[in-house]
Structures are given as structure tokens and as C-alpha cells.
Design a protein around this ligand. Structure first.
Ligand code: PGA
Length: 262
């Protein structure tokens, strides 16, 4: 984390909060973090689809960017059960999260689907938060870097230099996510982030060095700072430890406190 760079901190609430829960959560988080400059911290929350429309005004009042957990790769068509970028835009969303581990490994999304979604998200003017990460088996067979490179290469196949300005990448090792996950060590996460940065710098002539890179997977208020100390980690994508606004606020302040001391 370089001294003056913006920090990216956000959460995906998965399939947990109802509309009422989401509104309450956003207004509390907005209140608690009101004194924190949004030039310093990019704060974002990605609730369930049904909560988006009602959540939108609460997010804007709180200075919190609103994201969607998934999106179809076409603007309209015969895609029962899918959500179009136009529909997301209509309810005030401006970030789309694509390729989360649960979408890939539980719901069967392929790299090809993710590639089409990334292209569509960028074409429709969203900030795309692309999630990548290796499985435990990939790690144990020493192919983590190859897997990450391949996921990036496929997902970004059609992304232009200009579009790269609207891209964030979250590194979330599958084995580190959720109740059964173990957080990566800060050193390991730092190493993988350097590899991701290298791949992005090769892929894009200029803008690869500016793409925000976030770590995710069992981040909590105790380990958050250690991740942020790594050179190529620009932010954190938090699950469980962010779903209580007070707890997330403490995590955010721990990170900011550490930055002030540097
Ligand atoms: P977790 O989730 O922090 O609860 O492990 C992270 C994620 O799925 O993005």
C-alpha cells in the first residue's frame, strides 16, 4: 500500500441481508464513516439484487458505492433468471462484481462466461470488480500463478487499455473464503498480488499499474492491517467481518490508523 494512494474497502453481503437489513446496514455504515474522506477511502457494498433499488439512496447519502453480485453478458434477451446491465443501471448500481468464487465453483460459471460479462460490464460503463483465485488443489500442486494468469488472460481478453481504467481485481483464494476458509498469510497474498500486478502490467501498456488490487478471504479486523502492509495490496474485499457495520467501521479505522503512522 503506497502512502498517498486511495484505499478500497468493501463487502459483498452474499445471500444474507434482506431489504430492511440492507437499508439499516447502509445507513449505519454511512453514519459511522461520515468523517472519513472518500478521496482517501473508496467504500463499497454489494447487496442482494432485491435490495438494490431501496438501498440506492442510502448508499448515496452514506458516500458508499453500490454494487451488484452478478450480471448477464447481454443487455436483453432470452435469459430467464438473469439481470441485465440496463436494469442494474436503472436502480443506481455502478459496480459489478464478476467471477466470485461461489459463482465459479458452486454455480458453475466458466471463464468464458466471465469474459463475456466483463466485456459487457465495461461496455455499459460499470466499474468491474473481477474476482480471481486458485483452489486448494491448485495451490498444493504449485500452479497458483498459472491459474491466476489464465483467469486474468481469459477474463480480460477483450478489454481495451481505456477500459482498464474501470477495472478492479480482487484476489480471493478459494481455500481462504467463508466459514471453512483459512486466511492466506499476508506474505503469500502479497506474493500473489505481485504476480497479478506483473500480469496486468504485461497485458496493458500503461494502465495495468493503476488497477486497484484487493485481497479477500477471511479478512477480519485483526488481520486487515497485515494485508494492507503488502506493497501491491490496495484494498480489502471483506465478507463476514464486514456485515456488522460497527465491526466493519473498526476494521476500516484500523487500516487508516496504520496508514497515518507510516
Ligand atoms: P469471507 O468472504 O471474508 O467471509 O471469507 C470473502 C468473500 O467471499 O469475498
Amino acid at each position: 500500500m503506497a502512502g498517498c494512494k486511495k484505499i478500497y474497502l468493501g463487502t459483498n453481503t452474499k445471500m444474507y441481508k434482506t431489504i430492511a437489513d440492507t437499508k439499516k446496514y447502509l445507513s449505519r455504515l454511512g453514519e459511522l464513516t461520515r468523517d472519513i474522506s472518500r478521496d482517501e477511502v473508496e467504500l463499497f457494498v454489494i447487496p442482494s439484487f432485491t435490495a438494490l433499488e431501496s438501498a440506492s439512496p442510502f448508499a448515496s447519502i452514506g458516500g458508499i458505492r453500490l454494487g451488484a453480485q452478478n450480471m448477464c453478458w447481454e443487455e436483453q434477451g432470452q435469459f430467464t433468471g438473469e439481470i441485465s446491465p440496463i436494469m442494474l443501471r436503472e436502480v443506481g448500481v455502478d459496480v459489478v462484481e464478476l467471477g466470485h468464487s461461489e459463482r465459479r465453483h458452486v454455480l458453475g460459471e466458466t471463464d468464458e462466461m466471465i469474459q463475456k460479462k466483463v466485456t459487457c460490464g465495461l461496455r455499459n460503463g460499470f466499474t468491474v470488480l473481477l474476482c480471481i483465485g486458485e483452489t486448494e488443489e491448485d495451490k498444493n500442486t504449485n500452479i497458483s500463478v498459472e491459474v491466476l494468469r489464465s483467469q486474468l488472460k481469459k477474463a480480460l481478453y477483450e478489454v481495451s487499455e481505456q477500459d482498464a481504467l474501470n477495472l478492479w481485481v480482487a484476489y480471493e483464494p478459494v481455500w481462504a473464503i467463508g466459514v471453512n476458509g483459512k486466511p492466506a498469510s499476508a506474505e503469500y497474498a502479497g506474493m500473489m498480488h505481485s504476480e497479478i500486478r506483473r500480469a496486468l502490467s504485461e497485458r496493458f501498456v500503461e494502465n495495468g499499474t493503476n488497477i486497484p488490487l484487493l485481497y479477500g478471504g477471511s479478512v477480519n479486523r485483526g488481520n486487515a492491517v497485515s494485508f494492507m502492509e503488502q506493497k501491491e495490496i490496495d484494498g480489502l474485499f471483506v465478507g463476514r467481518a464486514a456485515w456488522d457495520a460497527e465491526e466493519f467501521n473498526t476494521l476500516i479505522r484500523n487500516v487508516l490508523e496504520k496508514r497515518k503512522k507510516d
